[in-house]
Design a protein around this ligand. Sequence first.
Ligand code: 3PY
Ligand code: MG
Length: 260
Amino acid sequence: MVMKNHTKARLQAGETVVGCFVRYPVGTLAEFVALAGWDFLVLDAEHGSLQPGDVEDLSRACELHGVTPIVRVTTNEPSTILRFLDAGAHGLQVPWVNSAAEAEAAVNSTKYQPQGSRGLAATRSARFGVPESIGAYTRRANAETLVVVQVETADGVANVDELAHVEGVDVVFIGPTDLAHSLGQVGNASHPEVQTAMDRVAEAVLAAGKALGIFVSNPTEATAWKERGARYLTTGVEPLLRNSMANYLRTVRNTGGETE
Ligand code: 3PY
Ligand code: MG
């Protein structure tokens, strides 16, 4: 981790942060997106093809422009988390966290002693051990690395009170697509049953004093979730491009008098 984690600092100060998922292994794309001025990018290895080496390049692109690189890993396994964090991400986002024990496992994999048991080596994340001792690095990494756990199943919702209280978890993040799927409302996150489950998560997370996060597809959803208490608002390259392409084509075709 090369720089101060501004996203974590802003969350700790009670502020709202705004980020974007990038799931393609192209450093130039990450750099282009980072230049828009996001607080953070989530480098998505869960639903993207990113390998630890890609996360290394994309993290560099973020760091160039003062944007916090956070990696969404494939699984909640110590050996997987280790490789993605060693590449230099400043935060970890873990999908499908269904219980307090799973949230504790994520924290344990992220933190060095005494808070956890992450494997230690002089990797990129430790700046290869060049400018500071390994001990100084572990203290800084424990303080600076952001931990985000995703609640996106019926089990996760059922266990959200305990899960949200786990020490070391900074953000509890709602995954609307998987949550709707888990509740039998495939592709319909606006269904009242899904919305009630989201309210349940929001209530538990805010009561635990943690930051609430969510994936949003457009500015209207982002604004609505800000009002519902979310402070870690994350969209993605795809919804942004999808919305923008559709608007462009609609406007240009109508202006040009072309038929659809
Ligand atoms: C979901 O909606 O399931 C997510 O994981 C969003 O990132
Ligand atoms: Mg999901």
